[in-house]
Design a protein around this ligand. Structure first.
Ligand code: AP5
Length: 182
């Protein structure tokens, strides 16, 4: 089983949901930059306050900040890991590549979860996180298309991308992911 993974997809695609199930089942470390940033926000630190402002608009926080968070975590993992929500643009993808070369742990597979926009918006509105209101969701989708979606092409060219249909029920999507990574 591959154990150096990245789950990619638009907001609401189910990256976090599927990543949690996968990591629990296969004993990997789940590295979600969204969760790590929300922890920073909850701590009330100055960094967290700055990040909250950006996250609540659906924009991306600085590459330097997320990279330092991911680097700190990846350097301390001995077993496998699953990245969720990072990288989010080409610059972050290039930085990740350099970091993974340094620690000699190349990315083994990228799962790209696809879900139709109507379905994404419905799911996020039903969840109701602070950044889950219509205006911010539309901005998050726009940023995803502009900045993150180009990574699909990048990883496809590297031959490590597996596309998954995320419109189905959670356990059905999970089975497809397991099959793709088996
Ligand atoms: P982040 O937390 O990464 O948010 P996101 O990418 O917008 O993803 P979501 O958590 O909304 O969706 P998901 O795909 O994980 O779906 P989930 O499983 O939760 O980032 C938040 C913000 O932090 C960003 O906007 C940015 O500001 C900042 N940030 C984070 N990383 C960054 C980075 N690298 N660089 C710069 N900034 C960064 O599911 C959503 C809902 O749908 C849930 O309620 C779930 O129960 C439900 N659901 C899931 N699957 C199904 C299914 N199959 N059927 C029915 N319902 C389902």
């Amino acid at each position: 089983m591959k154990n150096k993974l990245l789950f990619l997809g638009p907001p609401g695609a189910g990256k976090g949901t599927q990543a949690k199930i996968y990591c629990n089942k296969y004993g990997l470390d789940h590295l979600s930059t969204g969760d790590l940033l929300r922890d920073e926000v909850s701590s009330g630190s100055e960094l967290g306050l700055k990040a909250a402002e950006i996250m609540n608009k659906g924009e991306l926080v600085s590459d330097e900040l997320v990279l330092s968070i991911v680097e700190g975590r990846l350097l301390n993992i001995e077993k496998g890991w699953l990245l969720d929500g990072f990288p989010r643009n080409i610059k972050q993808a290039n930085s990740l590549k350099i970091l993974l070369e340094k620690i000699n742990q190349p990315l083994e597979a990228v799962i790209s979860i696809k879900v139709s926009d109507d379905y994404l918006i419905k799911r996020l509105l039903a969840r109701g996180r602070e950044d889950d209101n219509k205006e911010v969701i539309i901005n998050r989708l726009k940023i995803y298309r502009e900045k993150t979606a180009p990574l699909i092409d990048l990883y496809s060219k590297e031959g490590i991308l597996k596309g998954i249909d995320g419109d189905s029920e959670i356990d059905v999507v999970f089975s497809c992911i397991e099959k793709a990574l088996g």
